[in-house]
Design a protein around this ligand. Sequence first.
Ligand SMILES: Cc1ncc(COP(=O)(O)O)c(C=O)c1O
Length: 455
Amino acid sequence: MSRRTFLAAVSAAASAPTLGAAHPPVLAVDGGKPVRSTPLTTNYEGANFIGIEEKKELDEAVATRSLFRFYGFVPPKKARTFEEEFQQFMDVKYALGVTSGTSALHVAVNALGVGPGDEVILPAETWHSDYNVIIMTGALPVFCEIDESFALDPDDLARKITSHTKVVIPSHLSGTVADMNRIMAVAREHNLKVLEDSAEAIGAIYKGRRTGSIGDIGIYSFQTAKMMTSGEGGCVITNDPALYERAIRFHDLGGVRPIFRTVLGITDYPRGGSGTEGDRGGETTLGLNYRMNEETGAVLCAQVRKMETALANHRRMHRYVTEKIEHLPGFHLRPSNDAEGDIGLSLNLLLPTRELRDRFIKAMTAENVPMDVGILGTRNLPTMGYIEDKVVPHPNWPSFNSPRGKAMQYGAACCPRSIDLKNRYASLYLGPKWTNADLDDVVAAVTKVHDALLT
Ligand SMILES: Cc1ncc(COP(=O)(O)O)c(C=O)c1O
């Protein structure tokens, strides 16, 4: 090679695009090598931690052959022990175990005295149990927009209040917290009760308090995808003895068993039978049967003892990823109303447009780090068919029979902002057992796709 040819070759090499900044690696979706060779799979939260502790608790319960929580061959104690430990964990006065998050909501709206003629405000994005239980009381559901934190927007809440509004239901979705200070301020100003749906945020903290313990009453779900689980199960918490007593009655055919009378300090019952644990006693009102059984209580005893470790792990994983990607321009991370208190269940990226969001998800999935649209575990309720159609259990059902109920229209027009946000969010649930190498893959994939699509 002559000197001239050599110099020309060096100069060409120097000006040739290098891999990296100028030429980002080819996306897997365009035929490049994916960040991972196998898909990263997300799995269920609390269910990951079911182990010998749950088995031991369960074995103890089964050995008694006394699986009904109030009486048996020996005095059963698992459901009650769970309630006591959960109320300590939540730092509240009362916790009542029930059969599911949905039944907890049903109990809570009844404890709050919601009924025909009342309006209840709920976020347009949450789980449909919130809506269904309002209908089941005969009240009218009123939707409120969410904000970028994907929780009820306090400004829109203020706009949706009428003289009929009785209760507002903020939801803490996928482990993050709603703006409770502002929500409580609006609610108190208008004399509304606050029912916190914390089904998806067990253990989250807002300004030093556990979610669910800030409003008048809170609920949790222990369904299999939740932070702690017994397959199915739920809990109602409150600091208000009157609400607790109403919750107890509604969940147990209208009565208050001796175990709860002791908690409430009630000694005087006008009606009631034998005074034993089998005696529901004081059956002065209507109620259903949403009682927790001993098997559920047993599993939850073991699960609640693992919560601090599970929460710390999730928060660590979330920080690990977000610290490495938060500087990237082009999208932003879901803003938090209390970043320290969020559980960090999922990574949520807000993209500028729906089209970019869809391309982002497709590219991430090809990199074997699959993302989902919106925020997992929520529904846009006003656009669900049966809600848009105002389906009720009976033609004379009171929910939509008032003039305001008749005029109420759901569908996309009642929550454009919530729909827009949902259409621009991409989410990734962080598996509680992912390794740092898995988390590094998440960072690598997000960075790679970001660099290719958003710069
Ligand atoms: C926000 C929210 N509320 C309520 C519920 C209802 O809980 P369950 O499934 O235990 O009835 C869920 C469950 O997925 C939920 O995500």
